[in-house]
Design a protein around this ligand. Structure first.
Ligand SMILES: [Zn+2]
Length: 133
């Protein structure tokens, strides 16, 4: 007979120090590894996808700033920012201590969405002005 019980969700692997492998359960981002003294936050940099989170934040900020160009670059930059943020935050779910990196990805997502709204408003306004001139 086949087993009909749904597959259990994989348990979160305990967060480990990337320098020495010490378990970092219960520590906060600003704490240091009790074994080797490296910052827990520094360990975030080695989490796969941290670059994605930073890229997403940069794209989000750029998309907001590019509203000076009638918001036209804001839309593609914002969309890219959301995609990068989405990709990185999915990877962070495995790491309990990745709060800091997770906030970077969230900040990137928020900025990117603001950029998308600015882009849509800017492009709509540009089209309306163009049609009426
Ligand atoms: Zn350590």
């Amino acid at each position: 007979m086949t087993d009909l019980t749904p597959e259990r969700e994989e348990p979160r692997s305990p967060p480990k120090c990337f320098s020495c492998g010490y378990e970092l359960t219960g520590l906060r981002v600003e704490d240091r590894c009790p074994e080797c003294g490296s910052l827990v936050w520094d360990n975030n940099r080695f989490i796969p996808g941290y670059g994605f989170a930073v890229t997403s934040l940069v794209l989000g900020i750029l998309s907001i700033c590019s509203c000076i160009f009638y918001g036209i670059p804001s839309l593609p930059l914002g969309i890219l920012g959301v995609i990068f943020s989405q990709g990185s935050s999915l990877k962070y779910k495995k790491y309990v201590h990745a709060d800091g990196a997770y906030s970077v990805a969230t900040a990137g997502k928020v900025c990117s969405w603001i950029g998308i709204v600015i882009g849509i408003l800017g492009i709509t306004t540009t089209i309306v002005i163009f049609m009426n001139s």
